[in-house]
Design a protein around this ligand. Structure first.
Ligand code: ADP
Ligand code: MG
Length: 622
């Protein structure tokens, strides 16, 4: 059995995984740029479990690390996270276990790495690999810059430079270079792959005003059944759109950073458990949300960049079944984004005020202060505060000392108030120019008259082909021109069927057969042995079937034949739609992927396709 199967129960690597895993195992620094849902975690988790010593994982969000660690622990792996959501004694206990080498993986947020006790524990615990997740956060050119990430290069050096895997879903070439330089990666393997998501249908709809946006949203929700996310540009819009949907009787909820953590958790749980079908959210929602069956992602207004857009839209269809991504585009939306760009950093006056506040709180040039208190005293919003502190540190006016449980500690230069703050302003100006450029690319996507998929692949530097069952509104419009109808005619397809060719609900007998198998498994909630399942569907007279001969699907697939049915069931297991649980008498059950396929009545295609009659195609059998 392979390590992949033994540790995770997966049968195959996804594209790009094997190459990256091998690089990490071999001790080579690695930069992986693969889209959300591609399976980047495995790239450091598998080596972590296979190698001696500890893998340090840096991850920006508490929710994100908790999900991953829960998953690993459920698989029986020695993994943990340490963050401020835990009681202090628990943090201390976990740090202690790190130093004693009791874990294979430890997840932390970057600010934890300023904690001296923790760093000491890492040195004692023997870090064999470091992984930096969401590595684009280190680059001020990335869309989610976190100044806390800037110290990672030093920390890695301090740990004796264990091989590093940096992973992100969103990095243009410039951001990739920035990550490599700031983390100090040495001759890294750069792997940029997998940006094409063939199951996503990409669409941009002109929607000049709010009323037409709401109309579009309601029609889209009617025609794309299933869970959906609607991203809005502001918190207020999230609430308004959610109320509109509630008025239509659609189970929806809103989510944004202005809600308290408990409410956010509850809203997210409701969505995960299908209690809310639609979530209307700002970009605060999504990191670490691993819901496979999202069928529709609508952007109510223009995102700040194509990375941000594709990351959010890419949350649709992680189960690889058809899903729909729609950008509602009003040219005037651009101005909201421009406003964000002009307000992403403190101005010189605000920066001076921040410095003055720190100076005032200083005793013997040292400040101890909580985030909340500093925000209150300076009246600066979170973004400006974080950026401002990082600017002051870069200018040398303050030095960030280690933090202790929720309190930041700084040393403030005695002559801090004499510092020239102009260089910080110059840097802000440069960054803003860059953001405007990205916004321009986003607008170019929205207004493109060429294939949207090709546009995205080019943007990310992915050399792959823009293949898809249903590509985008531009390609679709072209496919409906007489020219393509002619091409279809030449290919022997009746003209009126040309349009249905590009959709992917189940239509052939073979496709329906697969759905019937899934349906049968679903109806047998306690599972069923694979042989019995085939016998029941084939209408076998075997005495062991008992009550199953009365099942509504008994004999339903008799035209397929017993042996091909068994093969097909096995293929559904291999492809992840079904799985076998239990050791002595394994039972077939439905996976989330299988459940989604069934709900969407989707056309499933099985890769292990055997034309010699032992498996599919079933069409030829009747
Ligand atoms: P990313 O970090 O790239 O967004 P994740 O690492 O969170 O993606 O993985 C997304 C999902 O894919 C997870 O549910 C994970 O368990 C699953 N997954 C990863 N690798 C494989 C594989 N080789 N086979 C099947 N499922 C996989
Ligand atoms: Mg990830």
């Amino acid at each position: 059995m392979s390590a992949l199967e033994r540790h995770f129960g997966y049968h195959h690597f996804r594209p790009g995984q094997a190459e990256a895993v091998n690089a990490v195992l071999a001790g080579r620094d690695t930069l992986v740029v693969m889209p959300t849902g591609a399976g980047k975690s495995l790239i450091y988790q598998l080596p972590a479990l296979a190698l001696p010593g500890l893998t340090l994982v840096v991850s920006p969000l508490v929710a994100l690390m908790k999900d991953q660690v829960d998953h690993l622990v459920a698989l029986g792996k020695p993994a943990t996270y340490i963050n401020s959501s835990l009681p202090a004694e628990e943090q201390i206990a976990r740090v202690e276990r790190v130093s004693q080498g009791e874990y294979k993986l430890v997840y932390v947020a970057p600010e934890r790495l300023r904690n001296r006790v923790f760093l000491q524990a890492l040195l004692e615990g023997k870090v064999s690999r470091a992984a930096v997740d969401e590595a684009h956060c280190i680059s001020q050119w990335g869309h989610d810059f976190r100044p806390d990430y800037l110290s990672l290069g030093q920390v890695i050096a301090h740990l004796g430079h264990p091989p590093v895997a940096a992973l992100t879903a969103t990095a243009t070439l410039r951001v990739q270079d920035d990550i490599i330089q700031r983390l100090g990666l040495r001759d890294p393997l750069r792997l940029v792959t997998g940006f094409n998501r063939p199951n996503l249908y990409l669409e941009v709809r002109p929607a000049p005003d709010d009323a037409s946006k709401l109309r579009d949203i309601s029609t889209l929700l009617d025609s794309d059944p299933g869970p959906a996310i609607i991203y809005t540009g502001t918190r207020k819009d999230a609430e308004t759109v959610s109320q509109f949907l509630a008025g239509l009787g659609i189970a929806s909820a809103f989510y944004h950073a202005g809600l308290d953590p408990d409410t956010r958790r509850r809203v997210q749980d409701d969505f995960m458990q299908d209690k809310a079908r639609v979530i209307v959210a700002t970009n605060a929602f999504g990191m670490g949300v691993d819901k496979p069956d999202i069928r529709l992602v609508v952007h109510h207004s223009l995102p700040s960049s194509l990375e941000a857009y594709y990351q959010e839209a890419g949350r649709a269809g992680r189960d690889d079944l058809p899903a729909h991504c729609v950008l509602l585009y009003a040219p005037k939306d651009r101005s909201l984004q421009e406003w964000f760009i002009e307000n992403d950093a403190p101005n010189q006056y605000e920066l001076r005020n921040l410095l003055g506040t720190l100076r005032r709180f200083a005793r013997d040039n040292q400040v101890r202060i909580s985030d909340a208190e500093l925000a209150r005293s300076t009246r600066l919003p979170d973004v400006k505060l974080r950026v401002g502190l990082s600017q002051l540190a870069q200018l040398g006016a303050i030095v960030h000392l280690g933090d202790d449980l929720g309190t930041m500690r700084f040393e403030v230069q005695p002559n801090a108030l004499d510092f020239d703050l102009a260089p910080a302003a110059a840097e802000v100006a440069e960054r803003r120019a860059h953001k405007r450029e990205k916004l321009a690319q986003m607008v170019a996507y929205a207004e493109a008259t060429t294939c949207r998929r090709r546009f995205i692949l080019d943007y990310f530097g992915d050399p792959g082909a823009p293949e898809a069952a249903r590509c985008c509104d531009v390609c679709q419009a072209q496919a409906q021109t007489p020219m393509t109808a002619y091409a279809a005619f030449k290919a022997g397809v009746p003209a009126e069927e040309g349009a249905t060719l590009v959709t992917r609900p189940a239509s052939t007998t073979a496709e329906w057969t697969l759905l019937i198998i899934l349906e049968a498994v679903k109806s047998l909630a306690h599972g069923i042995g694979r042989v019995k399942l085939a016998q029941m569907l084939a209408g076998s007279r075997a005495a062991t079937l008992g009550q199953l001969t009365k099942h509504r699907l008994y004999g339903k697939l008799s035209f397929v034949g017993l042996a091909p049915l068994q093969t097909t069931i096995d293929q559904l297991v291999t492809a992840g739609y079904l799985k076998l649980v239990g050791v002595e008498t394994p039972q077939v059950i439905l996976t989330p992927r299988g459940a989604s396929a069934l709900r969407a009545r989707a056309a499933i295609s099985l890769p292990a396709f055997e034309p010699d009659g032992r498996g599919l195609p079933l069409d030829q059998k009747h």
